[in-house]
Structures are given as structure tokens and as C-alpha cells.
Design a protein around this ligand. Structure first.
Ligand code: DX5
Ligand code: ZN
Length: 221
């Protein structure tokens, strides 16, 4: 049986002035669109205000995986679930009541994700396994696309995978995913892959997504 793989391309470094057509270039070959929300507080960059993001989510032809890099995730997380994201991920470092926030996201009908930055250990947050549908291990410092994959995150991915065990929790990696790094991340246990700049820099973004997916799938279980 080949391994389970989900591709969730990030539109952060796409041509945002033509976002609809950029999304259409990859929609058929992607499981979700990964939407990075940055507030210039939790990370030193800003992407979309809530109303703009809600419009993108409403217009998106495939499910949206929102990655909230915002300071007050307790308040903002459930709002993204309310406007129809299939998956909403909050950062452990930005959420006061993690279980409560994840519960509210689920109650609004979304999958609930919990993310950790490179300097944050995952172990204590694995206690939230009952409330979470996906863990996101950042493989770059959040804030910008186009950074180098942090190879020293591999042990963290392995540990998370081991503790998840047979539970149906997805394990996502985000940052520096490319044809050179995706197999390593998959071998460590990741099953859900964000890729941004490598996809939108490619002459054929859909072919890049397909290629990344088959590389990840080719890794033995
Ligand atoms: C970075 C974002 C990522 C970003 C990934 O903080 O969370 O989703 O778009 O971009 P690449 O794939 O270029 O590292
Ligand atoms: Zn992201």
C-alpha cells in the first residue's frame, strides 16, 4: 500500500494580483489551498485582513487550509472556521487556551490544527492529540516563503509521528519543501506537505505539485 500523501500548496508567493487564476493553475492537482495569514505581530509580515481572506476562502474552488500566524489565535481561529475553512491551524505559541480553541474550531465544522515554530518543542503539545486533527511542524521560521528547509527539524517530525501512532492525525510540514527535501520529510513521517515558492516559481506549477506528490508517495512506508 502506498503511503497517504496530501498536497497543500501555499499561495503566499504566487501572483496575488491574479490570485484566482493562480489558484486555478493548481486546484486540480491539490488537496487544499494553504492560506497563510500573518498579522505583522506574531510574525514580521502581513498578508490579508480578515475580510479579504474570507473572500478568498469563499471564492476558492477547493478546500482551504488556513495557517494562522497571528497573535490572538484564541479569538481569530474560530472566525476562520466560521467562514468555511476546511482546516484551521493555530500556533501553540500564540494560543492561550489551546484545547478550548481547537474545540471551538471543530465545533464550527473545521479540522483543527496545531503548529509549532522551529524553537518550540512538540512533546508537551502532543498531549492535545485528542483535540487535534493535524500537527504542523514548521521547517522554517514562519513569516516568509523561499527559505531553506531546516534539516534539524527531522527528529521533531519523527517524534511527532511516533507519538501520533495509529491515531488519524495528519502531520504537516511547512517551509522549504522542494523536490530535494520532500522525501526526507516523508521518510520522517510527514504526510501533508505545504510548498510555496517552488510551486509558483515553476514554469508548470501543476506539474511541480504532481511531481512532489509522487516523490513523497515513492518513499517506503
Ligand atoms: C511561511 C509560510 C509558508 C510559506 C512556505 O511562514 O507559513 O506556508 O508559504 O513557503 P516555501 O514553500 O517557499 O518555503
Ligand atoms: Zn504556512
Amino acid at each position: 500500500m502506498s503511503r497517504e500523501v496530501r498536497m497543500t500548496p501555499s499561495i503566499l508567493n504566487s501572483d496575488l494580483a491574479n490570485l484566482q487564476s493562480e489558484i486555478l493553475r493548481i486546484a486540480d492537482v491539490s488537496d487544499f489551498i494553504h492560506l497563510d495569514i500573518m498579522d505583522d505581530i506574531f510574525v514580521p509580515n502581513f498578508t490579508f485582513d480578515f475580510d479579504t481572506a474570507a473572500q478568498i476562502i469563499a471564492d476558492c474552488p477547493i478546500p482551504v487550509d488556513a495557517h494562522l500566524m497571528v497573535a490572538n489565535a484564541d479569538e481569530i481561529g474560530p472566525r476562520y472556521a466560521d467562514v468555511g475553512c476546511e482546516s484551521v491551524t493555530v500556533h501553540a505559541e500564540a494560543t492561550r487556551d489551546i484545547a478550548g480553541t481547537l474545540r471551538q474550531i471543530r465545533a464550527a465544522g473545521s479540522r483543527a490544527g496545531l503548529a509549532v515554530k522551529p524553537d518550540t518543542e512538540i512533546d508537551e503539545y502532543l498531549d492535545f492529540a485528542n483535540w487535534v486533527d493535524m500537527f504542523l511542524i514548521m521547517t522554517v521560521e514562519p513569516g516568509f516563503g523561499g527559505q531553506k528547509f531546516m534539516i534539524d527539524m527531522i527528529p521533531k517530525i519523527k517524534r511527532a509521528k511516533k507519538i501520533i501512532g495509529s491515531r488519524p492525525i495528519w502531520l504537516q510540514v511547512d517551509g522549504g519543501i522542494s523536490p530535494e527535501t520532500i522525501e526526507m520529510a516523508a521518510a520522517a513521517g510527514a504526510d501533508t506537505f505545504v510548498a510555496g515558492s517552488v510551486v509558483f516559481k515553476a514554469a508548470d506549477p501543476a506539474a511541480m505539485v504532481r511531481g512532489l506528490r509522487s516523490l513523497a508517495k515513492s518513499v517506503p512506508q
